[in-house]
Design a protein around this ligand. Sequence first.
Ligand code: SF4
Ligand code: SF4
Length: 393
Amino acid sequence: MPRKAPFHVMIIPTLGCPSNCSYCWSSDEKSPIMDTQTVDQTVEWLREFRKDPVTITFHGGEPLMAGLKFYRHALPVLADGLRHIGVSFAMQSNMWLLSPELAEILAEYKIPIGSSLDGPQEVNDSQRGRGYYEKTMRGYRTAKEHGLSVRFICTFTSQSVRFKEDIFNFFMENGFVMKLHPALPSLRGSDPDSWSLAPQDYGELLVYLLDRYLEKINEVEIMNINDLCRGVLTSRGTVCTFADCMDSTYAVGPEGSIYPCYRFVGMPQFVMGNVSDRPSLDDLKASAAWKRMQEFKEYVNKECKSCRHIRYCRGGCPYNAIVPTSGEIAGVDPHCLAYRRIFDEINSRFNKEMFGGMRRGAFPEPYSDGKPSMMALMRKISSDAVQGEMNPV
Ligand code: SF4
Ligand code: SF4
């Protein structure tokens, strides 16, 4: 039997968002809200598009702006219409608008929520706006009262990276799983780089977090470090940034346009088709946007050929590489420097422990050069590596 290749569709009900984070690159207050007909057309399109299991993530903007009526229609229609291929759901939301009624229906469909907090209240509100922390925590309490699982993405900016220790402690003390994200150049303001995290600083941050994670291995969970180590161990990327995302990820915008990923929603030059036309994979492949993404893949094959990390890095995120140059493919993901720094560090620590231990005829010691061992982390992630699942963004 041919192997199933799970794929990921992000539904963006709107690009609007009630918050106003300083470094946001995507929100658009004039964005329409997806109507129920577009949801029905999305189901019709996906019914025939592929026979593989699909994860549908509601993303934005802020997806809860679509309201209760939208989800009361969308969830049963998607779940029933796609049951034959296997469907699961997720949501990325700041939870400000999470009413008990919305929480109830999300719980009914077992929808885990990825939310955003950038650390302690002062740090978070200094970059996400006054009152953000309280509103998200209110939503968090509602989510927990309804048994929903919530994880937080922590965006590190050029400002907040100075408080990395406070941020790490905040996640650990609150028992929150940490997933971090470097602030990208904003496409909205006149100074796109004022908040973005420089690649070198991002690389140093990852190494710092690796050290702290190893010290507190039983008290905290950092998903990015797990994913980076799993990539090195298995020689393939397990999150979209480090894999060829083009064949496994799609996004549907508020008006039914199909894009390669949520990050491109609202950019007409990256539209590959529309759900109302029920395009086949070949139809999407004929679009200029698809061809541009494939060109990036070929560019990486040449440009990163001599890099020892190519199999589990794949040139990073195509959005990061292509969009700042207005669609021109002039380089790989600018975070290359950070990726190389952390992949080198992980490889050299693994090698030192593995081969150092073998030379001594013993298992690697829990501490190597005064640093806690990578072996504990390897053990922690090895059971997940067997599953080898592609994590959604
Ligand atoms: S790697 Fe980048 S472009 Fe690809 S799915 Fe992930 S965020 Fe989107
Ligand atoms: S680390 Fe840099 S050079 Fe190596 S594969 Fe990744 S993007 Fe390419």
